[in-house]
Ligand binder design. Structure first.
Ligand code: ZN
Length: 273
């Protein structure tokens, strides 16, 4: 009798343990599934956030690269460029080209929008150069789309003596990189090289504007202008500190002042040759 009862109790205990184990297992599986779902949801949210916040920057970066480098797709969209003055006055004439405009914002980083910075510095540069008795023609004086072909036409049709295009840089792989760069078309373009180096020299004397180098690059506006021409990348919007400086009105004024000095120095050097 006793042995029978003992056996029955043992069976009951085993069944109870089995039941409990199954219940715990089931609960563990449910919790595991919940954790996996939460991880997937978080990953999904992060992916969407990355996608929608970085998309604009990427698009703008590549827009900039393609419009500047390969560019012919932008040529001749039929929109008339804006000349700030008639080019009838004697003396030295500079075409100042504020890169991008209208629907083409250029590179964008937070509040820093390239097309606006370019235009703001272009207007300041115009005022400084005119004060130095240099005639200035702007390719655009407001926020509007101007094709690259129209930009170079403004320079070529007016027989300008010098062309300068203003841009802001962006390098998504390294946010530490900062500094102004100045480009000329190729090593045969010695006059353009002279201006590029003169601008780098003048800007490098400034206390707070970082400079990098004068360098060759096959940009449309440099390739298709018939006079000495440079393209200035005034700083990197991908560098937070430099992007904040580029938004600052005083900094833009100092930048325009130094670029103007570089141009004037080179004009004087050319006259003395
Ligand atoms: Zn640009």
């Amino acid at each position: 009798m006793n042995r029978k009862r003992y056996g029955k109790r043992k069976k009951l205990r085993k069944r109870k343990i089995k039941r409990l184990t199954t219940a715990y297992l089931r609960r563990a599986i449910v919790i595991l599934i919940q954790i996996i779902m939460m991880i997937l949801m978080v990953c999904g949210c992060l992916y969407l956030y990355e996608r929608f916040t970085k998309e604009d920057e990427k698009v703008n970066k590549y827009t900039d690269l393609y419009t500047d480098l390969y560019t012919d797709r932008n040529a001749g969209n039929g929109i008339a460029p804006v000349a700030s003055t008639e080019n009838n006055a004697p003396g030295f004439c500079v075409v100042v080209d504020a890169g991008h405009g209208g629907s083409d914002g250029g590179t964008v980083s937070g509040k820093a929008v390239e097309k606006d910075i370019n235009l703001s510095v272009a207007l300041k540069l115009k005022a400084i150069l005119e004060n130095d008795n240099i005639e200035v023609i702007l390719t655009r004086s407001s926020d509007e789309n101007i094709s690259l072909a129209d930009r170079t036409s403004v320079a070529n049709d007016s027989n300008a003596d010098f062309f300068i295009s203003l841009h802001c840089n962006y390098y998504e792989k390294d946010a530490q990189i900062a500094g102004l760069e100045c480009y000329y078309n190729n090593s045969n373009a010695t006059e353009s090289k002279g201006y590029a180096e003169s601008i780098i020299n003048a800007v490098s004397l400034s206390e707070d504007i970082v400079t990098r180098y004068a360098k060759t690059e096959d940009y449309y506006v440099l390739r298709n202008t018939q006079m000495p021409a440079v393209l200035v990348e005034m700083g990197f919007l991908s560098n937070y500190s430099e992007s904040q400086k580029l938004l600052d009105d005083d900094y833009q004024e100092r930048l325009a002042q130094k670029i103007a000095e570089g141009i004037s120095n080179e004009i004087k050097r050319g006259e003395n040759l």
